[in-house]
Design a protein around this ligand. Structure first.
Ligand SMILES: [Cu+2]
Length: 236
């Protein structure tokens, strides 16, 4: 009788151990995938680069999801205390954009030359971000003509350019806020007539902590690196 009890106990223990081992194996399963999904849903068991686009493969495990630190580094734009009006008529500080990768550009709505193309470049970048990352990226336009670009005008600009969605934000500041922010981005601009400005053509990427991580300069330039950087920061 004693030996039967012993065998039962032994069997139960073995079952428990093997069950435990199974669940450990499942949680330890690590898979990598191309962030652009060049090969569809294909996964790799080891770190590396995508053989098609050569971007770093990303970890698929839930554990890879970033844990946002509450601290802000000295380089972060979230240290700026300036307040801004949005196209929806809200007043915000930049810190309220914390937690998402930010893609920013400085334009003005009456521009007939470069700004429409910069806007097209922003839309192009947005369209190339894979759907699963879209919630983690915010596209921000800052007007260099705050006197004319009121929240209403910015809203109209968004509608006219088919960029009137949650992932798009348009900001009107004060002359000095705009100048201060332009200095952070190394964007130069100058009013050359009552209606026109000359300005740099720069799209900047900030990580979710508000640190500048990448800039693309020019109009209609190859945005591959910009997109890679956006995905990399979302993935941090
Ligand atoms: Cu312009």
């Amino acid at each position: 009788m004693k030996s039967i009890k012993f065998i039962l106990l032994f069997t139960t223990l073995t079952l428990l151990v093997s069950c435990d081992k199974k669940s450990k194996d499942e949680t330890a399963k690590i898979e990598y995938q191309c962030p652009m999904k060049c090969e569809g849903e294909k996964v790799y068991s080891e770190k590396g680069t995508c053989p098609v686009c050569e971007m770093d493969l990303r970890l698929l495990s839930k554990a890879s999801k970033k844990v946002l630190s509450t601290e802000i580094s000295e380089e972060s734009i979230f240290n700026l205390t300036s307040s801004w009006n949005t196209e929806e008529g809200k007043t915000i500080t930049l810190k309220e954009l914390k937690g998402k990768t930010l893609v920013m550009v400085m334009v003005y709505t009456t521009c007939k030359a470069a700004c429409p193309r910069l806007t097209g470049d922003m839309r192009n970048i947005e369209q190339k971000i894979p759907a699963e990352y879209k919630d983690d990226v915010q596209f921000v336009f800052i007007s260099i003509d705050p006197e004319n670009d009121t929240p209403e005008k910015l809203k109209q600009f968004a509608v006219d350019n088919y960029i009137d969605g949650e992932q798009w934000t348009f900001l009107q500041g004060t002359e000095s806020n705009v100048r201060e922010f332009a200095n952070v981005l190394a964007v130069k601009y100058k009013q050359i007539s009552p209606l026109d400005f000359s300005h740099s053509n720069i799209i900047s990427v900030f990580n979710p902590g508000g640190e500048l991580v990448h800039q693309q300069e020019g109009l209609g330039v190859d945005n591959k690196e910009t997109i890679a950087k956006i995905i990399e920061t979302v993935n941090q």
